[in-house]
Design a protein. Sequence first.
Length: 120
Amino acid sequence: MEDPAVALARVRTANEQLGRSLARIEEALAGRAAFTSQDLRAIAEPVRTMAPVISRAEQLRAALPGLQDELEIYSRNLREMDRAFDRVRCLLLSRCAQIKARRGHLDSVRLWADAWRQTR
């Protein structure tokens, strides 16, 4: 059984990591940074380490009342992360559409260039 103080430290660390990840996503959405698979792993890590704490949240809350506030922050961070992922999804769909349009344009230019070469 995990010591409540260790659980509190784990939740605080997870909240800090998620906060940094949210800031990184915002930078990527603003075009000031790239969002990479390494960033995704950085998000997965605190969520994975929180699993044992979440499974025992009721017991831990009773043992350490200050944990409630940190768990609420954690929950808020996860909701914000969900919204941020929705925005990333929209951005990626938009970029895919742009790439597809540009590819179509390049295909048209290639066909035009081929036809021009054949007439020379």
